[in-house]
Structure formats: structure tokens, C-alpha cells
Write a protein that binds this ligand. Structure first.
Ligand code: IFM
Length: 450
């Protein structure tokens, strides 16, 4: 093993999510999701884009799996669309939905690609939103039922499960900042939603242990490095608050540390907890801390934080540094520090990088080649950071690049392209980019020179 090698058995993969690639929103009995409703509401997404067709993966999955096989990935992270399985959110199962994922899983296995299945990547059945959505405790219960159903159907072949993708986005971005479905701006509801996503995660882990024994189960949390704008005590305290808001509010309870007390105080001071933490019922924190086999960590960037106007908030500072097309600063050092912290502070037994990647707009040139060398550079730097974290002792089991394909980037529509494979949305033609060739070589050599 040279300084650039990854350990033997390290799992390289790519990640996608159902609503971002599948399209076929009316096919085979699929129910409506909150993203169908939200993206069809004027003004909610860039250019009014929606996932009606997306990458048409629902019909083109054999072609997409052939691309994965060519890339040489050992694992593929995808999500199951809850409304395909349970069009009414709970109750009657839509067998056609199960069959779709069953075929997908079988074909992956035929190619020697290990499926990593995410149960919830944001497409809540609309009927469950109508009955209260994630701010309602009942939704966590419905999620656990759904987890059990999918576990029973696919647990004989799928051995790696992820419950919820990015609870911060499900709760804060969607119920406080209003940027994602269902588009609310209500901090108390956002904190209730956060609690119920975590609770649903804990119950789902327990369901999966029953329905799909001998499987690895984890949750996927998204992280942003929070770096103080200066050495001043005020900026440092603000950066710690932002870290609490984005990172610790989710990691601490999952790791069994409960909600961070400093953030409970900050949220109370901000008026976000008018009834206190009354959404927490006896036993919930133990459920949320149900032991898992791994943590899935998503990382893209950092925020530079300065003191805000009050002693419970903060300001985001934009430095004149290199950014990807989506506006996120390139900061691989934060990735390295994050991985160290997840292990040394939280002691998660195993970590997978479940998402990391870059948005750049390059499309095919006149010769049909996509020269996305900035994405190659971004990936090289982040692979290097991961390699250094492993050398420092972090039990990193694998790394999933976001994303296999250009796809529907939520409120940002089709403008941002994260794929290793370019998608022409008019013809659905797929064109592997230079980053695809780069990643293929990294996988083949199980090594990267930073
Ligand atoms: O596209 C998203 C994905 O759905 C969740 N994590 C971040 C990605 C890039 O924004």
C-alpha cells in the first residue's frame, strides 16, 4: 500500500435518488409525492422544472446499470420512492412498485454491484403531508411501517440500508427555510419535523432488524464545516452555534448524546420552542440512538460564520474563494476534519461517505467529449482527504460520488449538473464525462494521487 492507496475491500460507488432521476411519475400506480406537488407550484423551482421525466431512469435503468458496470463501481446507492410502494402512504402495497426495485436489485447483483438502498430521499407521499407531514408524529410511525414493507420485500438481496437522507434538509431546509417541499417557514414545525425524522429513523432501524436480519443499517446525515470568520470570541461562538444548527442537532442524538443543550437554549431564546421540547416523548431518545452499523456522511462545502445581531444567531460570510457552479466553496480540509471528528468524537463504528461531488455545467464539445476537469480536480482533492483520514485511523468503508447522472437538482431544477455522466434532457442521451474516466481509473487502481 502506497500513501495513495485505499484499503483492500474499500467500496467505491455512485449515488442517486428516486425523484431526481426516475421520472415516470404516473407509471404503474405511483402516488403523488410532496415533490410532485411542490415542483408544480409556480415559483417553487428554477424555471418551474419538475421531476416528471427527469432522466427517465424508470425506463432506462438497464442502460444506466450498464454504465455503472463500465465504470466498475462496487456499489450503487439509490433510493426507493415511498409513493411507488404505498401510493396512499400506508396500507395497501403497490406490487408494481416493489417489482420495479426488485428488478433493479437483481440486475445490479448480476453485475456484481452491491445495492445500498435509501428508504427516504424526500419524496413523502402527498397524502401524508396532508395529514400533517413530518411535523406530525404519526408520519414517523408510517415511515417505520414502510421500512418494514421494503425490508421484507428486498431484504433477502439488499444487505445495506439507509433510513433517511439528510434530516437537516427534510426538516430545516423544508419547514424553516422554505426552500424545499413542503416549503414552510415555521421554525417550531421544523424542529418537530427534525425530531420525527430522527424518531422514524430509530423505529425503521428496529423494523429492518426484524424484517431484514443480517443487514447493515445506518442513517445519512449531511455536514457542512462551520469555520469562524475570525479569532474573536463572538465569531467562534457563532460558528459553534451554526455547527449546532447544521451538524450537532442531528449527530448528537443519533450517537446517543441527546439534543445539544446549548442549542436547546439558543432555540428557546430565538422563540423556536414556544412549547419547549414537548415533541420528545419518553423513550424517544433511546429509539433515536438505536445502534446502527454505520453512519452515512454527505459532505460538499463549508460555511464561514461571523457573529450575528443577537447572541443566538450568526451571519454567513462569503469569501472570495473558489466555488463550484452551485456557489459552494471548495474546502477539502473540512472534509478531512469532519471524518476525523465523526470517529474521534462520536465513535461511529464505520463510516461511508454517502455523497460528495461537484456541480459544473460542462456539456459535450463539438467532438462529443465532456471536459470537466474542474470536477476531476474537486474529486481528486476530496478522495485525497478521505485517504488521509483513513491513514489517521478513521474506519471509512466506502465512498459514493454524487452523482452517477446529471439530474433534477430540487429547487435548482436542471441547472446544476452533478453527474459523472452528462444527460441531454431533450434526447436522454447519456455521455460519460472525463470525470467518469478519472473515477474509473481510481476504482481500478484503488488509489488516487492527490
Ligand atoms: O442533489 C442533492 C442530493 O439529493 C442530496 N444531497 C446534496 C445533493 C446536491 O445538492
Amino acid at each position: 500500500m502506497t500513501g495513495y492507496d485505499f484499503p483492500q475491500g474499500f467500496v467505491w460507488g455512485t449515488a442517486t435518488a428516486a425523484y431526481q432521476i426516475e421520472g415516470a411519475v404516473h407509471a404503474d400506480g405511483r402516488g403523488e409525492s410532496i415533490w410532485d406537488r411542490f415542483s408544480h407550484t409556480p415559483g417553487k423551482t428554477l424555471n418551474g422544472d419538475n421531476g416528471d421525466v427527469a432522466c427517465d431512469h424508470y425506463h432506462r435503468w438497464p442502460e444506466d446499470i450498464a454504465l455503472m458496470a463500465d465504470l466498475g463501481i462496487q456499489a450503487y446507492r439509490f433510493s426507493v420512492a415511498w409513493p411507488r410502494i404505498l401510493p396512499s402512504g400506508r396500507g395497501k402495497i403497490n406490487q408494481a412498485g416493489i417489482d420495479f426495485y426488485s428488478r433493479l436489485v437483481d440486475r445490479l447483483l448480476e453485475h456484481g454491484i452491491t445495492p445500498f438502498l435509501t428508504l427516504y430521499h424526500w419524496d413523502l407521499p402527498q397524502v401524508l403531508q396532508d395529514s400533517g407531514g413530518w411535523p406530525a408524529r404519526d408520519t414517523a410511525q408510517a415511515f417505520a411501517e414502510y421500512a418494514g414493507i421494503v425490508g421484507r420485500a428486498l431484504g433477502d438481496r439488499v444487505k445495506h440500508w439507509m433510513t433517511i437522507n439528510e434530516p437537516w434538509c427534510v426538516s430545516i431546509l423544508s419547514h424553516y427555510m422554505g426552500e424545499h417541499a413542503p416549503g414552510l417557514q415555521n421554525p417550531p414545525l421544523a424542529l418537530a419535523a427534525a425530531h420525527h425524522t430522527l424518531l422514524g429513523h430509530g423505529w425503521a432501524v428496529q423494523e429492518l432488524r426484524r424484517e431484514a436480519p443480517a443487514c447493515e443499517v445506518g442513517i445519512v446525515l449531511n455536514y457542512t464545516a462551520s469555520v469562524p470568520a475570525s479569532d474573536s470570541a463572538a465569531d467562534q461562538a457563532a460558528a459553534r452555534r451554526y455547527d449546532g444548527f447544521f451538524n450537532r442537532w442531528f449527530s448528537d442524538p443519533v450517537a446517543g448524546l441527546g439534543y445539544p443543550a446549548d442549542m436547546v437554549a439558543n432555540y428557546s431564546a430565538a422563540g423556536f420552542l414556544p412549547d419547549g421540547m414537548n415533541f420528545v416523548q419518553p423513550g424517544d431518545m433511546a429509539t433515536i440512538a438505536t445502534p446502527t452499523d454505520f453512519l452515512g456522511a454527505n459532505y460538499y462545502t463549508r460555511e464561514v460564520i461571523a457573529a450575528g445581531e443577537t447572541d443566538w444567531d450568526w451571519q454567513l460570510v462569503t469569501l472570495d474563494t473558489e466555488r463550484t457552479a452551485i456557489g459552494w466553496e471548495i474546502y477539502p480540509q473540512g472534509f478531512y476534519e469532519l471524518l476525523l471528528r465523526l470517529y474521534s468524537h462520536y465513535r461511529f463504528p464505520k463510516i461511508y461517505v454517502t455523497e460528495n461531488g461537484a456541480s459544473y455545467a460542462e456539456g459535450p464539445d463539438s467532438a462529443g467529449r465532456v471536459r470537466d476537469e474542474r470536477r476531476v480536480r474537486y474529486l481528486r482533492q476530496h478522495f485525497g482527504a478521505a485517504q488521509r483520514a483513513i491513514s489517521a485511523g478513521v474506519p471509512l468503508g466506502g465512498y459514493f460520488v454524487w452523482s452517477l447522472l446529471d439530474n433534477f437538482e430540487w429547487a435548482k431544477g436542471y441547472n446544476d449538473r452533478f453527474g459523472l455522466v452528462h444527460v441531454n434532457y431533450e434526447t436522454q442521451q447519456r455521455t460519460p464525462k472525463d470525470s467518469f474516466a478519472f473515477f474509473k481509473q481510481v476504482i481500478a487502481e484503488n488509489a488516487v494521487e492527490e
